[in-house]
Design a binder for this molecule. Structure first.
Ligand code: AMP
Length: 253
């Protein structure tokens, strides 16, 4: 039996009562790994760069094996960029290559830049027009119920590329789920951790393109945009992203 373990933390009370989102994390694990995961999540909630949480929610739910979808891990490669300007230029190029219009790519970047504070979830934008297609406001679409299928193999794959740590570990799993969804053309992300300036563009066609710098050091605003093909059933897409259990499989070598 597998279990979904989720944490979300906020400052100023629970999210649903207007608290400011501080951090979130999620794993899908076997029973014997639950305790260790909860302790790690608690530490993370208590020591986040975005501030001190006064609300922490931890949820453990059993997952039915029959409900699990398996999807491949995206191949990972890096773009060159040594400044915010060159990083954002690379992001637009990667988005356009993946099938997003130049206008929509620019709209995605400016939507993240113009956030007053980081959202808990992602914005869905039309990949042609750049207009927002979800109506979830400042909450956005929170992708949930995903993890890697084989943690040891997954971490070994990342280490081979010189990568480690929670940011990339979680982002690559999330991106692999997101771009496996019907209708998603590409994803753009940079972190809200003030000390983490790296971001990425992901697509089913070209994989996960890590971009070394997408924001200024010290900036606590980050975000995610999922670019969606016209004609997509947005409600079905949101249900897949929020509720479908997906385990990501690193390929055998
Ligand atoms: P992070 O990479 O965790 O710093 O997150 C960067 C931004 O991505 C956050 O500010 C949220 O807007 C968004 N985000 C984080 N986690 C999720 C998620 N599970 N689903 C959708 N968007 C997310």
């Amino acid at each position: 039996m597998l279990y979904s373990v989720k944490m979300r933390s906020a400052q100023g009370g629970p999210h649903e009562q207007g608290g400011r989102h501080i951090s979130g994390a999620e794993r899908i694990l076997s029973e014997e790994k639950i305790e260790q995961a909860i302790v790690a999540m608690l530490h993370r909630a208590q020591k986040h760069q975005r501030g001190m949480a006064d609300f922490i929610s931890l949820k453990v739910e059993a997952v039915k094996t029959a409900d699990i979808f398996y999807r491949p891990l995206l191949p990972l490669s890096s773009c060159q960029a040594d400044s915010v300007m060159t990083g954002r230029k690379a992001a637009v190029e990667e988005l356009v290559k993946a099938g997003v219009s130049t206008e929509a790519a620019a709209a995605g970047i400016s939507r993240i830049i113009n956030l007053r504070d980081s959202m808990r979830g992602a914005m869905l934008l039309d990949a042609d027009t750049g207009l927002r297609v979800d109506s979830l406001g400042e909450r956005g679409v929170r992708v949930s119920k995903m993890d890697c299928d084989n943690s040891e193999r997954y971490e070994a794959r990342l280490l081979e590329k010189g990568l480690f740590g929670d940011h990339v570990r979680e982002a690559l799993v999330l991106a692999s789920k997101v771009v496996s969804a019907v209708g998603v053309v590409a994803e753009l992300c940079w972190s809200d951790d003030p000390e983490y300036v790296t971001g990425y563009v992901a697509s089913a066609k070209y994989g996960y393109k890590r971009i070394p710098v997408l924001k200024e050091y010290g900036n606590p605003i980050g975000g995610r945009v999922f670019f969606v093909e016209q004609g997509t059933d947005v409600q079905k897409l949101i249900t897949y992203l929020q509720d479908q259990v997906v385990l990501i499989r690193p390929e055998d070598k």
